[in-house]
Design a protein around this ligand. Structure first.
Ligand code: IMP
Length: 504
């Protein structure tokens, strides 16, 4: 007969943390959110760490180059999705790696013969008010001048006149030459009180632009996640089918961390693929396995497949219908606690620490905090990042509200057969494991992270901890009854759903 586990399958929403003693030095400013990603031996440092414990899911509607850049700038990591051709995934990785903080390729460019109306259309499409004027209208053409929204009045000037009559011509533009350092470029911006410094090649063609706002942004983002060459760090999803071709292309493009994107990683297919990668690259790549929901699954990937980290979670994702469709999965809290326990036992026994990542089903900031308290070294999220302006999907207005599409990798729309089957020749979907829907747009990656991380730091202080290791070691959790969940909301007060005005 089947074995029935004695415990109930639990979710994060069923737990609360009990505060520990908060010392005088337990202030948010003193907390560190750095966490390990690569496995390490007792007494050593992990060879790859995050500066914040959040990564984005390897999903089409989540992790493209823009999100990879935005998240790495905040200290996290995006896993660029693998349900696309090897070439286009490698191109996305290379794009994020080539994002030189400070030197950006101009995305709004027109010829001098363009009309103001055409210029406005370009500015609206890109959302950027500074445009470069080049002889061929590209971002590498001969630089002829610059124009910003301050140079003309949309409702007063004749929009059918040419930009050449309004631009600041190259002779009067303060600019730099390729080879200039970022520090010197920023010094020029400061000295001449400018917002933008075009950087030109020796032959006068446009190379890049340096903006004052990026300097300010950099000063405000000291947590950027960088590789040894000071490029932004980027992760990549991989599968067990084409890894012999895909992995070399991704490593060549600069991927820092690889992670198997599989709904069930407790498999010999994953072991073979992980060992192939390890044999070829040794410890020069960081590779994660998963997903698993049990101690057995963790031990298999840790011992047999020699992965660097293990992702935990089946069936909890916001777009996921695996549990209904196939009857497999486990409450995310139960899965995570089981695997955390095994990770700690494995560390005691072998001296090797294998970080774990809680993947999917985090419905709000509180659940991120509970997952980290329960022992996740870091968390992976899809929906959370799909809702940001940097996710790769277009905004859509539905009944006066702004949304973005968000779909599961197991949906018919994603056509990601590799994620759901280890057979080599699956070419069509017999049943879906994910749905296709919309999520509200909530703001930019820095905006949403600033709130989440402020809550996390505050809770760490409540627990009397200054880093996330200490946080989970000190964490005391309690199961809550339905009544205490009701008690946790507001109670016995009136909250009108109209605006209260002061009549005085
Ligand atoms: P979310 O953060 O709750 O939206 O969950 C994202 C996670 O769900 C991903 O990291 C994947 O592990 C998982 N996932 C992505 N697509 C699907 C799907 O179509 N079905 C089931 N799980 C999925």
């Amino acid at each position: 007969m089947a074995r029935i586990l004695p415990d109930t399958s639990r979710t994060f929403a069923e737990y609360l943390l009990l505060p520990g003693l908060t010392g005088k030095d337990h202030t948010p400013r003193n907390t560190s959110l750095a966490v390990p990603v690569a496995a390490y031996n007792r007494g050593e440092q992990s060879r790859f760490q995050l500066n914040i414990p959040l990564v984005s899911a390897s999903m089409q509607s989540v992790s493209g180059s823009d999100l990879a850049i935005a998240l790495a700038r905040q200290g996290g990591l995006a896993f660029v999705y693998c349900s696309q051709s090897i070439e286009s995934q490698a191109t996305m990785i290379a794009k994020a790696k080539s994002h030189k903080a400070g030197f950006v390729r101009s995305d709004s460019n027109v010829k001098p013969t363009a009309t103001l109306r055409e210029l406005l259309a370009v500015q609206r499409r890109t959302g950027h008010s500074t445009a470069a004027i080049t002889d061929d209208g590209t971002n590498t053409g001969k630089f002829l001048g610059i124009i910003t929204e301050k140079d003309f009045w949309e409702f007063e000037d004749n929009l059918d006149t040419l930009v050449s009559g309004y631009m600041t011509p190259v002779e009067r533009v303060i600019h730099g030459r390729v080879g200039i350092t970022l520090t010197e470029a920023n010094r020029q911006l400061h000295k001449h009180k400018k917002e933008c410094l075009p950087i030109l090649e020796a032959d006068g063609s446009l190379n890049s632009l340096v903006f004052k706002k990026d300097y300010v942004d950099h000063i405000n983002n000291p947590r950027e996640l960088l590789d040894a060459d000071k490029r932004l760090a980027v992760g990549a999803g991989i599968n067990t089918h084409d890894y012999m071709e895909r992995v070399p292309a991704l490593v060549e493009a600069g991927a820092d961390v690889l992670a198997f994107d599989s709904s069930d990683g407790y498999s010999e297919f994953q072991k073979d693929a992980a060992l192939w990668i390890r044999k070829r690259y040794g410890n020069n790549v960081v590779v994660g396995g998963g997903n698993v929901v049990s101690a057995d699954g963790f031990r298999y990937l840790a011992e047999e497949a020699q992965v660097d980290f293990v992702k935990v979670g089946i069936g909890g994702g916001s777009i996921c219908i695996t549990r209904e469709q196939k009857g497999i999965g486990r409450g995310q809290a139960s899965a995570l606690m089981d695997v955390s326990r095994e990770r700690d036992a494995f560390f005691q026994k072998t001296g090797k620490y294998i970080p774990i990542c809680s993947d999917g089903g985090l419905a709000n900031d509180t659940q991120i905090i509970i997952a980290l308290a329960m022992g996740a070294d870091f968390v992976m999220m899809g929906r959370y990042f799909a809702m940001t302006s940097e996710s790769p999907t277009p905004k859509v207005s539905i009944k006066g509200r702004i949304y973005k599409p968000y779909w599961g990798e197991g949906s018919n729309r994603a056509r990601n057969w590799q994620r759901y089957s280890d057979e080599g020749t699956v070419d069509r979907l017999k049943f879906e494991e994910g749905v296709d829907g919309y999520v509200p747009v909530v703001g930019s990656v820095p905006e949403v992270l600033s709130v989440t991380l402020a809550k996390l730091r505050a809770t760490m202080c409540n627990m009397g901890s200054l880093n996330l290791r200490e946080f989970s070691e000190k964490a005391v959790l309690t199961l809550v009854s339905e009544q205490s969940i009701i008690e946790g909301g507001t109670s016995n007060i009136v909250q009108p759903d109209y605006n209260v005005t002061d009549d005085k």
